[in-house]
Ligand binder design. Sequence first.
Ligand code: NDP
Length: 250
Amino acid sequence: MTTVLITGASSGIGAATAVLFAKGGSNVILTARRADALQKVADECTAAHKEAGLQHGGKFVTIQIDVSDRSQINGFLERIPVDLREIDILVNNAGYVVGVDKVGDLSLDNMEAMFATNVFGLIALTQLFIKEFKKRKSGHVINLGSIAGREAYAGGSIYCATKHAVNAFTGSLMRELVDTPIRVTEIQPGMVETEFSVIRFKGDKSAADKVYEGLQPLVAEDIAEEIVWAASRPPHVNLAEVFVLPVNQA
Ligand code: NDP
C-alpha cells in the first residue's frame, strides 16, 4: 500500500496530484495552509477513490502546515496519524512567486518569504523524511522545480533563484543517494494555469491572462500525470528530471 505526502495540496498541481494518487489506490496526506481548501480536495480524493472501486488505499487526511515556518516543521511527523507514518512518496510541491519586479524594486520581505517556502521549506521536509527512507531502504522524493530553474527571465530574479536552488539541491540529493534504492525526481513544468498565475500578479487576473496570449498553457492535471508516472516506474528506474512544456512554449 502506497502512502503519499503532498505539500501545497490545497490547489493547482498539488490538488490534482492528490486526486490522481487517490484514483490509483494510494493513501494521501494532504498539506497546506488553508484548511477548508484542503478538506475540499480530500473530499474529491474520497469521491475519486470510490469511483475507481478499489479495495486498497482510501485514507485521506489533511494537515495544516506553513512550510516556511520552522517551528511548524519541528514536531510535524508526530501530527501524522500513526497508521500513515510510513510515507513512501514525498511530493514537495508547495511554492509560489509574488511580483514580477525588477531587481531594484525587490522587497526584502518577498525575497525571504519565497526562499523560506520554495527552498528552505522543501529542504526541511526532505530532511524529515529522508532519515526514515534511509532506515527503510525505500522512498521517493519528488520536487517541483520549474522551467525557471533551468533558465532565467527578466522580472523573475528571486523566483528563478529559488527554482535554481531546488534544481541544485535535488541534483545533490540524488547523487548522495546513488547507492540506495531511494529515488529522487525533479518535475520542471513550463506554464501551468493555476492560482499561481494570479498570485504572481498580486491578484491582477487580466495581467495573469496576458501571459497566456497566443499559447495554450498546461493544466494542473498534466503535471499530476507526470508525477504519478514518475512514481509508478519500476523500482530500478529513476526519472531524474521531467521537463514539461505546453506545445507552443519554447
Ligand atoms: P498554486 O498556487 O495553485 O498552488 C500552490 C500551493 O502551495 C497551494 O496549495 C498553497 O496552499 C501552497 N503553499 C504556498 N505557500 C505555502 C506555504 N508557505 N506553506 C504550505 N503551503 C504553501 O500553484 P501551482 O499548483 O501552479 O504550483 C505548485 C508548484 O509548481 C509550485 O512549487 C510552483 O512553483 C511550481 N510551478 C508552477 C508553474 C505554473 O506555471 N503554475 C510552473 C512551474 C512550476 P496554501 O495557500 O493553502 O498554503
